[in-house]
Design a protein around this ligand. Structure first.
Ligand code: FAD
Ligand code: FO1
Length: 481
């Protein structure tokens, strides 16, 4: 793979990788341009879309955005799929439904396919396959529209920790943390198509199929809602809540101290770069909070992408560092005080009311507090038969219930908690070995544990009550018809 030095573009060449060089003219497309939107599901601040429109306009050809709906991608249920589709519905204007990307490319005679970037193995596998399946003339460009410093520019290797990647990213921020050019209209209109998407029926069918994990009412999807969460005048993070970020972000009783951006970032409904630019604009008001937020948003997040990209075993014990694998295996047969099955954990049936509360927060509210996520995963290590089991169960539950699951941050969060990835060795103890340990007493010293348990109980009660009301209203509507 090489950087797209020949493909002149409105965006920095380092942000583009040529996955496949077509045999047509190298300087321009002759057929239409298709942007396969995947991880970055937005029209604003999207480098992949900017590149696609720019290339199309230069060649005076039309451009289309294609989206491919997978059947329950990585086990996604109504919660995640409903959020995603309702967001897409908002950005959809003219209908181009596609069955598969190569078929669509062939059907419309496209000569350039632009895609956004994800480090996940499934996505990379599909792209490899598509490179083989599309015709010789077709070029494929991959644009990192998610990270501020493109992943392959930030580092060419697996990084050991935040310490080793931070300097590399910060050095490149002046070059890459820049404002977006205004996205102009395409010069040529896409020929009218007969395809249109019946959003209502599509969403109803997808939500029914994934009903085991229902949608969330509190988290409004889409680009507009995302911007409101970032900087809305009512309760925006940068406009109203920023000052508490550095002091309260580790207090699970104060979830509003966190930005709440992860669902939007995960589905690409807002750009990380936009969040960082806007945060930098208010740095004078709360320098500490902005620095802490940017460390999470840029360094920790890009580190997670780095891990998933350069470590093919990013969700397995085999992907852990040698010292961690050794210490975990040395302690794999240590006696555990409790061993719970996946079902018991899923139903929050443990002897620890704090852990149960965090599990219920995730199952019913769909977003566990960031601090509790660490405690939650570490306890799974303590209560299962070995580290492989613990990792598999934590990833299964995280991806099933979290609205922001199926993300590099999630795989790395579980690997950090259970396998010490990006962490250091600590004093050796049973079961954990040298992996960092967390316990109930430590939480009690940090925050009001009973208050959190009561808060989750109320939260779950409210969610259940609202769900019952919604069901009742739906039944009433059915009877009226
Ligand atoms: P904020 O603190 O406001 O953070 C802003 C953004 O910074 C986040 O949206 C995220 O993109 C990034 N960020 C924050 N913390 C981290 C971190 N530790 N590592 C990498 N990036 C970070 N994050 C997910 O997005 N999806 C997951 O599925 C996920 N699962 C996790 C599982 C475990 C076991 C652990 C320990 C962490 C997990 N995280 C996950 C990371 C982190 O907990 C969440 O990103 C954060 O709680 C999301 O809430 P927020 O956006 O309000 O956080
Ligand atoms: N992207 C798609 O292009 N098509 C899908 O059907 C799809 C479903 C989906 C479900 C849950 C989820 O968390 C993400 C989903 N994505 C989908 C988005 C994309 O795959 C993610 O952004 C990557 O997993 C992150 O690298």
């Amino acid at each position: 793979m090489e950087n797209a030095s020949s493909a002149q573009s409105a965006i920095q060449s380092g942000r583009i990788r040529v996955l496949k060089e077509g045999s047509g003219p190298s300087d321009r497309a002759v057929g239409p341009v298709v942007y396969w939107m995947f991880r970055d599901q937005r029209l604003n601040d999207n480098w992949a879309l900017i590149h696609a429109v720019d290339q199309a306009n230069k060649a005076n050809v039309p451009v289309a955005v294609a989206f491919n709906l997978f059947d329950q991608f990585l086990g996604a249920k109504a919660r995640q799929l409903g959020f995603m589709l309702r967001g897409l519905q908002q950005l959809h204007r003219d209908g181009e439904a596609v069955e598969t990307i190569p078929n669509f490319i062939k059907e419309c005679g496209a000569s350039l396919l632009v895609t956004d970037f994800s480090p996940l193995r499934e996505v990379r596998g599909w792209k490899e396959e598509i490179c083989k399946r599309v015709g010789d003339l077709v070029s494929i460009h991959e644009v990192d529209a998610h990270n501020i410093v493109p992943l392959w520019v930030a580092s060419e290797k697996l990084e050991y920790s935040a310490r080793t990647i931070r300097g590399k990213i910060n050095k490149l921020l002046p070059e890459y943390l820049i404002d977006f050019p205004k996205l102009g209209p395409p010069n040529r209109k896409w020929p009218t198509s007969n395809h249109s998407v019946d959003w209502e029926n599509l969403i109803t069918a997808v939500v029914r199929k994934g009903a085991e994990v229902p949608e969330l009412e509190w988290c409004e999807p889409g680009e507009h809602a995302a911007r409101e969460v970032l900087m809305g005048s009512k309760n925006g993070f940068l406009t109203k809540r920023l000052k508490n970020y550095s002091t309260d972000r580790n207090n699970p009783l104060k979830p509003k101290a966190l930005s709440g951006l992860s669902p939007y970032l995960h589905f690409g409904q807002i750009s990380v770069q936009r969040c960082a630019l806007e945060a930098r604009n208010v740095k004078k008001l709360c320098p500490k909070a902005v620095d802490t937020f940017l460390e999470e948003l840029i360094v920790r997040r890009e580190l997670a992408d780095n891990f998933c990209f350069y470590q093919p075993q990013y969700d397995s014990l085999q992907g852990a560092w040698e010292w961690a694998r050794k210490t975990l295996m040395d302690h794999a047969s240590d006696k555990r005080e409790h061993i719970y099955s996946r079902e018991q954990l899923e139903k929050a049936q443990t002897a620890d009311p704090l852990w149960n509360a965090s599990q219920l927060e995730m199952v019913h509210y769909g977003k566990m507090h960031g601090f509790m996520r660490m405690y939650w995963a570490k306890k799974i290590l303590e209560w299962t038969s070995g580290p492989e089991d613990a990792l598999a169960i934590s990833i299964y539950l995280n991806d099933k219930y979290e609205i922001d699951g199926r993300d590099p941050n999630g795989y790395v969060g579980c690997m950090w908690s259970i396998c010490g990835v990006h962490d250091q060795g600590w004093q050796e103890r049973p079961v954990f070995g040298k992996i960092r340990y967390m316990n109930y007493a430590g939480c009690k010293r940090k925050f009001d544990v009973d208050g959190y348990i009561a808060y989750v109980k109320r939260l779950v009660g409210e969610v259940k009550k609202r769900k019952a009301e919604t069901l009742l209203n739906e039944k009433k509507k059915e009877l009226c018809i």
